[in-house]
Design a protein around this ligand. Structure first.
Ligand SMILES: Cc1cc2ncn([C@H]3O[C@H](COP(=O)(O)O)[C@@H](O)[C@H]3O)c2cc1C
Ligand SMILES: O=C(O)c1cccnc1
Length: 337
């Protein structure tokens, strides 16, 4: 079944997002306060358990089925010299993921995450957004729906990642169009371009904003004109997960940039999301602040692929194992004062 029948249907979904189960959250808070430790002493591990309880609707949430998805797409803006790598690397990395050889494969294995790879029309890059809208309405809607359809039923947590040479420039354009700030505030080294490469990225973002100014009026139009297929798919997956009450672990700057156009009109869009980490890509800190997210890890990572999200999932495992496995004061006969 198609999740979003039309662009207005997608926007309507954003206007009617479900909220967490308050009774399950309250029960999880009570359980945390009954466990054999000073109240609050497990810090954010307690917050994670309570967050997961709210979205799963259980006082003792689980992490039996965790799905990771890497969406991949190619970008016309690469022709402007904005990446240190060629567009061919996107498909080569997809083949590498399919053989199990990427960082994401290794980190998902370590964290107990089932990883799926979803390449979207890699042989049909989006249009260069400095010259035309990146996608037609049909293409952008199809990518949103591919994202929604890729979310498996019955999962406990969804991990989102991306692969697409040039997409750190696309991410910067999405952020600049969605929030305040100049292009220069959102561009950075990506795969490792030098200062002149960063300047080219800023010029591309400025040119895109100038071309599409006046038309960037809805989240759909921002995604369609400046985004990419893998980023629209991330947005579609994130909204589909929310509609089903599935919590989401976000990755770095590029993954989070897919949420920027939605957050601009719907500040509550990340209520079901954890930010896995803070990437060293400079725009990520600004973006996390704009989204109101406090990342779990800060490890100097700047890879994408869901690698930071997968690593942070190990903390969710730790949080839920403590929440479920610890004894209460009453069970252990430990005095509460
Ligand atoms: C081998 C390789 C593996 C990657 N895995 C993720 N990315 C990351 O780098 C790209 C974004 O950076 P830029 O905008 O500078 O191209 C995306 O594909 C992102 O996922 C990779 C990049 C490379 C080269
Ligand atoms: O933070 C990210 O998502 C990122 C940064 C650099 C390159 N690829 C991804």
């Amino acid at each position: 079944m198609t999740a979003f029948a039309s662009p207005p249907a997608f926007l309507a979904a954003l206007a009617a997002l479900p909220q967490p189960d308050e009774a399950a959250r309250t029960a999880a808070i009570a359980r945390q306060d009954s466990l054999t430790k000073p109240r609050g002493s497990l810090g954010r591990l307690e917050d994670i358990a309570i967050f997961m309880a709210g979205w799963q609707g259980h006082a003792r949430p689980r992490l039996d089925r965790v799905s990771g998805i890497i969406f991949a797409g190619n970008h016309g803006v690469v022709a402007r010299g904005v990446s240190a790598f060629s567009a061919a690397v996107t498909a080569q990395m997809v083949a590498n993921f399919e053989r199990g050889g990427g960082a994401a494969n290794a980190l998902c294995a370590a964290a107990g995450i089932d990883l799926a790879i979803v390449p979207i029309d890699l042989d049909r890059p989006t249009a260069d957004f400095t010259l035309a809208p990146a996608m037609s309405e049909e293409e952008c809607l199809a990518a949103l729906n591919i994202g929604a359809a890729a979310v498996p039923k019955g999962i406990d947590l969804l991990i989102l990642g991306e692969m697409g040479i040039g997409n750190s420039t696309v991410a910067a354009a999405l952020c600049a169009a969605s929030f305040d700030g100049a292009a220069a505030d959102w561009v950075g080294p990506g795969t490792g371009v030098d200062a002149s490469g960063i300047a080219r990225k800023g010029e591309a973002v400025d040119a895109g904003l100038a071309l599409h100014r006046g038309s960037l009026t809805t989240p759909f139009e921002i995604l369609r004109r400046l985004g990419g297929r893998e980023l629209a798919a991330i947005a579609g997956a994130l909204v589909a997960a929310r509609l089903r009450g599935v919590p989401v672990m976000l990755d770095g700057f590029i993954c989070c940039s897919a949420v920027a156009p939605l957050a601009a009109i719907c500040p509550d869009i990340v209520a079901h999301c954890l930010a896995g980490h803070r990437s060293t890509e400079p725009g990520h800190t600004r973006l996390l602040d704009a989204l109101g997210l406090d990342p779990l890890l800060s490890l100097g990572m700047r890879l994408g692929e869901g690698s930071g999200a997968a690593t942070a999932t190990m903390l969710v495992r730790a949080a839920l194992t403590a929440h479920d496995g610890m004894a209460t004061f009453a069970e252990a006969g430990v005095s509460e004062a």
